[in-house]
Design a binder for this molecule. Sequence first.
Ligand code: SAH
Ligand code: SF4
Length: 456
Amino acid sequence: MGDAVASSHVRLLAKDFRSSARAKADSYFILHTSSLKLAHCPRSLAPTLVAYVDHSHCPVLAPATLAALPSTRAIPDRDVFYLAHPIRSILPFLRVDFRVKPSLTGIILEELADFLRERGAPSYRAKQITDWIYKKRVASFDAMTDLPNELRAELTAEFNTLNTEIVRVLGSKDTTQKFLFRLRDQNLIESVLIPASPALYGQPSDRRTICVSSQVGCAYGCKFCASGLEGWTRNLDAGEMVQQLIAIEKESGEKIDNVVFMGMGEPLANLKNLLRAIRIINAPWGLGIGARHITVSTSGLAPQIRELANESMQFRLALSLHGATDEVRSRIMPVNRKYPLKVLLEACDYYVAKKRRMTIEHILIAGVNDTDEQARGLAKIARRLSAKINLIPYNTVEGLEWSRPSRARREGFQSILRKHGVIATLRREKGHDIAAACGQLRLQTKQAEREIRLSV
Ligand code: SAH
Ligand code: SF4
């Protein structure tokens, strides 16, 4: 468990107060937490935060007068919170440790067993607890009726149960459905439930695919993508990734068969949490979805692709290529400047040699990457990596300049690939009208909320 707990610690040292605190009103200091990766700290987070105030550096103050969490005030949706204390001058001397309680859906069975053993509880309880979460799908420890009361109280103090709330659903049951989640710190993420198309994932169409987000926002700023438009806010923890599946299965009443990490964010930039989430999604005691039904999509982080080559779980990898030359790729994907095609493709060679196949994703954007020359270059790369290609017509994003090529051009592009002996499917776009490209629904909701705030 160590990792899950430790990684969610945010430590604010006295020097952080000194450098980032500034007077707002007589009795408040504003502490900017964004640099410490704790983006928001609203009141609703209070039950999940444990704050320790260490005043040992403070030369003047009696412990009893210290103000800790109960007087912490937040402005929702801003990267600040107030730490209140009547004597302003002592604040720079405080050290506050925040511990966000780890989410139960981010814990591995063996870690849970260790936790229980440390507390003198039998380790078989661990499987009882995972059965309650993943088989019986209960959302609180109170509902775990075969656990002793004392243990339930200890677990409640230590872990968060389900706390990812669906705030909007768009679309209908037979087509693509889009879910907007509000996380415990008010951040928004989205997931999409797609009736799988045979062309896309090679499955019969009665299967359901969920497109999962791995981060709030994205740092990679691809020029065609809504997720990157407002930058990166934070990584999701493993529990928040797993909860997207649990919540959507509950809301839709559908069993999910396939998982693709193609929602908001760059999964390989959050590799540790991603691998933990996949382990839980894949585990027989967890969601029990076969590794071959789990696909991770990356914009091309070469070092992490090499790392994945050595990973034992057999999930699939999709490479978002979108450009067959450095010139075209760099124009729409800034990540290509860091890992140009030569470096990226060598990492992919390594991956393909060690593992099985990867898929190439290529969004078709009119006048940018839809030329015959790009198709020929793409075919060459696909042959080198023995990869199939998914062609995706660009989905319009408000505020972005691109458009999708005509149907004739899309089919022309596909036929060049086929002529060069490459298997290429042209994705029938789904949910074009419900803002299905990743990040769009969140963007619209954030904009709407901003307008509401401005108008009150
Ligand atoms: N960051 C990862 C995974 C998330 S993006 C990656 O880039 O691969 C998932 C997929 O959505 C990528 O293939 C991406 O290219 C695609 N996508 C993003 N914006 C799109 C748009 N406007 N139209 C169509 N596909 C889009
Ligand atoms: Fe990030 Fe992927 Fe969108 Fe690029 S396409 S900005 S890497 S989410």
